[in-house]
Each structure stands twice: as structure tokens, then as C-alpha cells.
Design a protein around this ligand. Structure first.
Ligand SMILES: [Zn+2]
Length: 467
């Protein structure tokens, strides 16, 4: 399935912001993984006297891998705890730690994120499969993570600074979002990309027709395309994880997903036989990077998928990966598929809410893209553009929010252009009317030409990879 799972995986946290940042890490995670990358042992110890009242998986996917949980008492004694959705620690004595074992043997059968996957000797293991978080979190708290990796094994760059040698300092983002993590025998290559940022590119083991140079070219062009909204890439530093997978003819990228956390990522499951040319022209990497242009949403996928789907075509045209005519043709045929998929008599609001059970992906993604086009043309008639709306919402792109709030950030006001277009489309049971935007008259043609020609990326800067 060439779907792009709209994974928005915020953990419901009871946040009690404090003014001053704590000096000590709230918890220290010591993480050891065995040589076969099949078993992980995690020890969680508090800096203060007591553990939190409970630990909870940051995603239910972890429940399939959590093998055992134990309380480690200050005298060295060990007490088994029930494995479940909530590890109750209210009975833990002062200075006790928690130790849990994670089993990755089931990752040999790939299911795609937020599950894990094995590729050769390497392991793709999102934090959804192994990370337990305090049930109640203080947003300003920070956490220490010490990783013990087998010789020759590297972990995907986390984006965390080392608070002391070998100890990473994590903040609440590590728990608020699923991070896509890979344990690999090859190190990441840092690429200074157009748009002024740095991309850490890591490739798991496995048969792959695309060479190092091919992957570099592909992801450099995709990053450059993503910079053709604001001039810069969505994050100064981000990670791309390439997972070789079975060959699916005509699908260079079988699956893609954008992730957030300490360092944004895109993960791309690549067809074994995909070569440079189809990869460079494929939409998936540009789509996933476009997700990172705006804040994360866990519902209302019409908005995040709509903007990513619209820009996957627009940005490839701006980057020269598609002709303008081909980009408009792709958009028009996407609208046709969306229109066909929306014939269920439910509103877009409802289709978006039930998308994962009804599989109304074409309806939701392309209705959202149609809303993005309608908003872009309406903004432009008023002297602005969707690009400028992205710039308005840019400072908050690493946050998690609701669609209502994100629309307000994009519009720069309450009840603005996008809010009005979305309100009409969400309550309709028919596909948004894009006739005027796609018309043959001179003004519409000029508008469409302007859409496909956006800002150039700022030049690459090698120093962005040394920070
Ligand atoms: Zn998407």
C-alpha cells in the first residue's frame, strides 16, 4: 500500500509547567541493546528519591514488545511487576528503579511505522515500540539517556546534546512525539542541503539498487524542494532514514512517514530495485518533508494531509522535478480520485474523523489539497499566498495543536480566509468546487503559473552540519 500513515502520536500528558528548568534530570534511562538487536533492556532511575506514580508506553505499539517489567529495590532485590498499559509504581520504595525488557524478534515481519522493522542486521525501532514515559510529566523537566550499543552499531541522530560524555539530554519532546529511530551498522552521513540546513542520512542494510550517491542526490533535491516555501528547510537539522524493502514495481518508495521529537525525521521504505531517476522524481520524500512545514495534528488529517499533498506537487514543480503542466495534471487527477472517494454521503469532517476505519484516504487527502488550492488562490487575490500563511505559522511548526488553532496561525487572524473555506468544505458531503481555480481564463492561468514558481532555497552551508 502506497499510503502515508498520518501518524500523529501525541501522548496525553498532564502538564504542569514550571517557571524554572530543573537542574537534575527527572529520570535517567540506561538503554542496552544486544548484539543481534533483538533484545533491549531499559533501566529507569529517578534523580529524586522516588519514581513517578506510573510509567506508560508512549504508544500502544510498545505493548506488543514489552516482555517483562521489574522493580529494582535499593537493596538489589527485584520484584516483578505486571506488564500492561500502566506500570503502577505507587508502591515503589524510595530510591527504587524500574527495569524493563523489550523484545524486537517480532520486527522480522515488517508492518511499517509505528511498528518496527528489521533490514539485514539493522533495526528500525521507533520509540513507539520501546519507550515508557512518566504518566504525569512536567513540561520543563529534562531526562538523561545513556545508550550502550554493541561494537559497530550506531543509533540515528537524536538531536539531543550530550550533557556529559555518553549521556544524552532529552526534553519533553522525546515523550510527546514518537521518534523514528534506527540501530544501524553504517553511520549517518551529514548532508548540507539547499535551504541552509543539514540532513543526517542513514540507510539500513539490505538490497538496494540506489547507491549512496543516488540517495544523496534524491534527498538533497527533496530537501531543496521543501525549502521552496520559505527559502529554508523545515528544520535546521533533520534525519532521513532509508529502509530497504521488497521491490514493488512502479513504486520507488513503498511507504513514508514524517516524525517529530528531539530531531524531526522522515522515514522512507524504498523498493529494492528503485533507481536514482524514479526516486528523485517520486513524491513521497517531498510530501513527508512538507508535513514538517506546519505543526503536528493528531486529528483533522484533512489539514495536514491536504497541505502536504498539495505541496508534494507544487514543490516538485518549483524544484524542476515535474513540469508545471504535469504538476497540474497530477493535481487534477488527484481531485478526480478524491471526488470518487467522497461519494459516501458523509461530510468531510466525518470522513476525516473516521479515515483509518473507512480507508477514505483519497477523499480526505485530496479534499484537503483542494482546500489548500482554494486558500492559496484566495490569499493571492488578497495579495498574500499559502506560502506566506506557512511563514505566519512557521515559528510554531514544531508544536502539536488542533486544526482550528493551526488555521488561525496560518490565517494570522480569527475567521480568516482559510477558516471560511474550511468551514464550508468540512460540512459539505461533496468534493470542494475547484472549477474556478482550474479554469482556462487568463487570470486563472496566471495564478496557476505563479503558484508553481515560489522562492528559491537559500544556498547550502557546510557549517550547518558542524553545529
Ligand atoms: Zn502525509
Amino acid at each position: 500500500m502506497r499510503s502515508v500513515l498520518p501518524i500523529a502520536l501525541l501522548v496525553v500528558a498532564c502538564a504542569h509547567p514550571v517557571i524554572e528548568r530543573a537542574r537534575e534530570p527527572a529520570l535517567t534511562y540506561a538503554i542496552a541493546i544486544d548484539e543481534t538487536l533483538a533484545h533491549m533492556r531499559v533501566s529507569v532511575c529517578p534523580s529524586a528519591a522516588r519514581l513517578p506514580a506510573a510509567l506508560v508506553p508512549i504508544h500502544r505499539a510498545a505493548l506488543a514488545h514489552l516482555a517483562s517489567v521489574e522493580l529494582v529495590l535499593p537493596d538489589g532485590g527485584v520484584r516483578a511487576l505486571p506488564v500492561g498499559e500502566r506500570i503502577d509504581l505507587t508502591e515503589a520504595p524510595p530510591r527504587a528503579c524500574v527495569r524493563y525488557d523489550v523484545d524486537f524478534t517480532a520486527c522480522d515481519e515488517p508492518h511499517g511505522p509505528p511498528s518496527c522493522a528489521r533490514a539485514g542486521r539493522d533495526l528500525f525501532a521507533p520509540t513507539s515500540t520501546w519507550l515508557l514515559a512518566p504518566e504525569t510529566r512536567v513540561i520543563a523537566a529534562h531526562y538523561a539517556m545513556r545508550l550502550e550499543l554493541p561494537a559497530g552499531v550506531h543509533v540515528t541522530p537524536f538531536g539531543a546534546r550530550e550533557s556529559s560524555p555518553g549521556v544524552l539530554e532529552l526534553d519533553d519532546r522525546a515523550f510527546a512525539f514518537v521518534s523514528y529511530v534506527a540501530f544501524t551498522h553504517d553511520e549517518a552521513h551529514a548532508l548540507a542541503v539547499p535551504g541552509g540546513g543539514c540532513v543526517d542520512l542513514v540507510t539500513l542494510e539490505g538490497a538496494l539498487a540506489a547507491s549512496d550517491a543516488d540517495r544523496t542526490e534524491w534527498l538533497t533535491r527533496a530537501a531543496s524542494a521543501s525549502a521552496r516555501v520559505t527559502g529554508t528547510v523545515p528544520s535546521e537539522r533533520l534525519t532521513t532514514i532509508v529502509v530497504p524493502t521488497i521491490d514493488v514495481p512502479s513504486m520507488p518508495v513503498v511507504f513514508g512517514v514524517a516524525g517529530r521529537g528531539m530531531q524531526p525525521t522522515i522515514t522512507l521504505f524504498v523498493s529494492a530495485n528503485a533507481t536514482a531517476e524514479p526516486l528523485v522524481h517520486d513524491w513521497t520524500a517531498v510530501h513527508e518533508l512538507a508535513h514538517l512545514l506546519i505543526a503536528d495534528l493528531d486529528e483533522d488529517q484533512w489539514l495536514s494531509e491536504g497541505i502536504a499533498t498539495y505541496y508534494e506537487e507544487v514543490l516538485r514543480a518549483r524544484e524542476g522535478l515535474l513540469s508545471e503542466a504535469d504538476a497540474w495534471s497530477a493535481i487534477a487527477s488527484g481531485f478526480e480520485r478524491g471526488r470518487a472517494g467522497c461519494q459516501t454521503g458523509v461530510t468531510l469532517r466525518e470522513a476525516s474523523r473516521t479515515m483509518h476505519s473507512s480507508h477514505a484516504y483519497a477523499c480526505v487527502y485530496w479534499s484537503g489539497a483542494a482546500i489548500a488550492l482554494l486558500a492559496d488562490t484566495a490569499y493571492r487575490r488578497a495579495g498574500s499566498s499559502l506560502d506566506e500563511a506557512i511563514v505566519r505559522a512557521w515559528p510554531r511548526r514544531a508544536e502539536h495543536t488542533s486544526a482550528t488553532e493551526l488555521v488561525r496561525w496560518l490565517d494570522g487572524e480569527t475567521d480568516g480566509v482559510l477558516a471560511h473555506i474550511a468551514a464550508t468544505a468540512l460540512d459539505a458531503t461533496t468534493f470542494p468546487d475547484t472549477t474556478a481555480a482550474l479554469a482556462a481564463d487568463e487570470a486563472a492561468v496566471a495564478m496557476r503559473h505563479a503558484i508553481m514558481n515560489g522562492p528559491s532555497p537559500t544556498p547550502s552551508n557546510p557549517s550547518s552540519c558542524t553545529r
